[in-house]
Design a protein around this ligand. Structure first.
Ligand SMILES: Nc1ncnc2c1ncn2[C@@H]1O[C@H](COP(=O)(O)OP(=O)(O)OP(=O)(O)O)[C@@H](O)[C@H]1O
Length: 278
C-alpha cells in the first residue's frame, strides 16, 4: 500500500467520523481563562494541527484531551466514548497516544524495553499471569517483543534496540518516542512539537514520515507544531488558537491568508518571526 493510495488529496473532504471530538471546552486557572469555549474534532485518518502564538492555550488544550487536566466546562469524546473524566493512562488505553515536547523516555532502559513497557498496559495476562508465567503470558511477551522490534525497524532505529535510551542521538530519541506511542496501537497519535531541535532537512523528512505513519498504522495525527513550513505542508486542517479562543479553522491555504491569524502572529512581540513564516 502506498501513501498516495490512501492519503486524502489536497482539499479533499475529511471523514465525517471523528476520532476525537472536544465540545465547548473551557479551562480556568483561578481568574485566568486559558481555553475559552473551544470545540474541535480530529476526523478519522486525518492529519490536523493546532497552532497559535505563545500562551494561546495549545498545551492546556492538549492536556485536556490527554486527561492531564479536567476542563472547567465541556466534554471530550474519543471514538464516541466520553473520556472527560478519565485519567491519562485510561485515555491511552482507549486509543490516544502521545509524544512530549520535552522527550520523556526511561533513560536507563534499552530502546526495546522502552517500547515494551508501553505495551504492558495493553497486555491481558495480568499480575497472576506475570508471576506464574503462564503460557498466555509467555506468548504475549514473545509477541510484544516482535512488535517492539517491528516498530523500532519501522521508525528506523532497529539497530539501536539494545542501547540505553539516553545513549541514542536526539533524533533517534524522538523516533523512539513515536515507536513507543505506536506500541499502544492508538487510534489517534498526538505529537507535541515533534520537530523541535530538528534541522530543515530533518523536518522535511518528518513530514513524509507522518504521512506514512498515518497510512501504515491507520491512525489520525494531531500536531502542536511551531514550524510553520511543517504545519502548512503536513496538515489537512489547521485550528488556530489565540488567547484561549479559536480564531480560525480551515485548510492550510485559508489559514495562511486569514487576516485574524496574521494579526494574531504579527501583533505579538517575541514570537520569533511566526508572522513572516506564515
Ligand atoms: N497550570 C496552570 N496554572 C495556571 N496557568 C496556566 C497553567 N497552565 C497554563 N497556564 C496559562 O494558560 C495560558 C495558556 O498557556 P499554554 O501553555 O496552554 O499556551 P501555549 O499555547 O501552549 O503556549 P506555548 O506555545 O508558549 O507553549 C497561559 O497564560 C499560561 O500562563
Amino acid at each position: 500500500m502506498t501513501v498516495e493510495e490512501t492519503a486524502a488529496p489536497a482539499g479533499a473532504p475529511l471523514s465525517d467520523v471523528n476520532r476525537i471530538s472536544a465540545e465547548r471546552i473551557t479551562i480556568r486557572f483561578g481568574g485566568l481563562t486559558a481555553v475559552d469555549d473551544v470545540s474541535f474534532t480530529v476526523p478519522d485518518k486525518s492529519v490536523v494541527s493546532l497552532i497559535g502564538p505563545n500562551g494561546a492555550g495549545k498545551t492546556t488544550f492538549f492536556n485536556v484531551l490527554t486527561g492531564l487536566y479536567r476542563p472547567t466546562l465541556g466534554r471530550v469524546f474519543l471514538d464516541g466514548k466520553d473520556v472527560t473524566a478519565l485519567p491519562p493512562h485510561r485515555i491511552a488505553q482507549v486509543g490516544l497516544a502521545r509524544t512530549f515536547q520535552n522527550i520523556r523516555l526511561f533513560n536507563l532502559m534499552t530502546a526495546e524495553e522502552n517500547v515494551m513497557v508501553a505495551m504492558h498496559s495493553h497486555m491481558k495476562s495480568g499480575i497472576v499471569g506475570t508471576v506464574l508465567r503462564t503460557p498466555r503470558q509467555r506468548r504475549e511477551e514473545r509477541e510484544g517483543k516482535e512488535f517492539a522490534r517491528e516498530l523500532l525497524d519501522y521508525v528506523g532505529i532497529g539497530k539501536t534496540r539494545d542501547e540505553y535510551a539516553r545513549n541514542l542521538s536526539y533524533g533517534d530519541q524522538r523516533r523512539l518516542e513515536v515507536a513507543r506511542a505506536l506500541a499502544l496501537r492508538p487510534k489517534v497519535l498526538l505529537l507535541d512539537e515533534p520537530t523541535a531541535g530538528m534541522n530543515p532537512q530533518e523536518s522535511a523528512q518528518f513530514v513524509q514520515f507522518v504521512r506514512k505513519v498515518r497510512t501504515d498504522y491507520d491512525v489520525s495525527v494531531l500536531l502542536i507544531e511551531h514550524d510553520m513550513s511543517v504545519v502548512m505542508e503536513v496538515s489537512e486542517r489547521i485550528t488556530v488558537l489565540d488567547r484561549g479562543t479559536k480564531i480560525a479553522e480551515g485548510l492550510p491555504q485559508e489559514i495562511r491568508e486569514n487576516e485574524q491569524v496574521i494579526e494574531a502572529y504579527l501583533g505579538k512581540t517575541g514570537t520569533e518571526g511566526y508572522g513572516v513564516d506564515l
